[in-house]
Unconditional design. Structure first.
Length: 285
């Protein structure tokens, strides 16, 4: 099923997206109070049970609501770099022996309708289409075998990156955390909608309608299970935490000539089985 956070008539709610209509889940689970993490903590069985009552609702056309970030403020926004071999090659980097992890800060994130901002200090803003994992259960030192039991669902992410700042040092924090560069959403697909580990999903980016990246999650060098297991050795993963799984080849900096996002562009992230994440690009005020 597809789940969304949305605003309607000034109220934020959590709902089910089906056939172009949004059905509120708070009529069936009032204690979640518009909080997706509260719903995630309830677990899939409670969510499944709530569907019985949704059938009696009329539903709101999705065009009549504003879709919000699926999770308002993720406790941890963990990103995985260098996870598709061809992307590693196009960047001229060595193949990593372990997952390459970095973190995103809250001010760098955007809702699904947010405008991506090209900052004043750089014009080298690149796109990265990624599948984002939503953690559903607390995970600490979990085995790779058990890791997928801790996945609630998946959504789309654009890891907007300032390439000049990213390459100024060996650490990527600066290039990956400019304000308003990382939109995610618009909906969470529960894990049961996909094959185990979300293997075999197409991952694409389109810039102004042109396909730039065209990959598939079957080509991940580190599987979703292995990333979760590795991350859980380092930190306790909690419900509502998210993990971006890396981007395929075709990014802008590796093209000849390079292609970067600029004001007026429209960038789309297409993950098979998920609604498209579409954002307009603007210049910093």
């Amino acid at each position: 099923m597809l789940l969304v956070r949305y605003e309607h008539q000034g109220k934020a709610s959590v709902g089910l997206l089906r056939d172009g209509l949004v059905f509120t889940l708070e009529d069936e689970i009032p204690e979640i109070g518009g909080d997706m993490v509260a719903l995630i903590k309830k677990g899939k069985p409670v969510l499944d049970k709530s569907l019985d009552g949704i059938g009696t609702q009329q539903g709101i056309p999705v065009g009549d609501v504003r879709l919000l970030s699926p999770i308002a403020r993720p406790g941890k926004f963990i990103c995985m770099g260098l996870n598709y071999l061809e992307h590693v090659k196009e960047g001229g980097r060595e193949i990593p022996a372990f997952p390459t992890l970095f973190l995103r800060v809250q001010t760098s994130l955007l809702p699904p309708d947010g405008e991506i901002v090209v900052p004043k200090v750089s014009d080298r803003l690149d796109f990265e289409a990624e599948l984002l994992v939503i953690i559903g259960k607390t995970a600490h030192n979990v085995s790779e075998k058990d890791a997928l039991d801790h996945v609630f669902g998946y959504t789309a992410f654009n890891d907007g990156s300032l390439r000049d700042y990213q390459r100024q040092t060996t650490q990527w924090t600066a290039g990956k955390n400019f304000d308003a560069t990382g939109p995610f959403g618009p909906a969470i697909a529960t894990a049961d909608e996909f094959p185990p580990g979300a293997v075999g999903l197409s991952v694409r980016s389109r810039l102004n309608g042109q396909i730039m990246q065209d990959g598939n999650t079957r080509d991940l060098m580190f599987s979703i299970a292995s990333i979760i297991s590795y991350a859980s050795e380092i930190m306790t993963l909690e419900p509502g935490d998210v993990i971006a799984t890396g981007t395929p080849s075709g990014v802008g900096f590796a093209r000849t000539p390079p292609v970067f996002m600029k004001a007026g562009d429209v960038i789309e992230i297409e993950i098979e089985g998920l609604p498209t994440l579409t954002n307009r690009v603007v210049a910093a005020a």
